[in-house]
Design a protein around this ligand. Structure first.
Ligand SMILES: [Zn+2]
Length: 115
């Protein structure tokens, strides 16, 4: 059985932003978070602002030029890739579970027929 995607509203998204930026957002919240990020302009902007503030403050000392919005895009892409990999892994597990169930039914049928 596939897990239902947990949708996020703007308020939940706002709460999740700090955890996302700390790489502490739970996996089960990540799909809803990324989906909201891509569908809601306001929250998209909010995440960019918080990311800039957080990373900007962290780097005020080193005057190296940085491409923060590019880094946020990279972070989003990285999480998307991780989710995709995880989804493929889950699919394989579901298939194996299905095969196991069929095998058990098959064996039971054989046992019952021969009984
Ligand atoms: Zn929103």
């Amino acid at each position: 059985m596939m897990r239902k995607k947990i949708k996020m509203n703007c308020k939940e998204f706002a709460v999740a932003i700090p955890r996302f930026l700390e790489d502490e957002l739970p996996d089960r919240q990540m799909p809803g978070f990324l989906e909201h990020f891509e569908t809601c302009d306001e929250c998209n902007e909010e995440l960019q602002i918080q990311f800039l503030v957080k990373e900007g403050i962290a780097r005020l000392e080193d005057a190296a030029d940085f491409n923060l919005s590019g880094e946020l895009a990279g972070k989003v892409e990285e999480h998307k890739r991780m989710l995709k990999r995880k989804r493929i892994g889950n699919l394989i597990i579901y298939c194996m579970e299905g095969i196991a169930v069929i095998a058990v039914i098959f064996i039971l049928t054989l046992v019952l027929v021969n009984f």
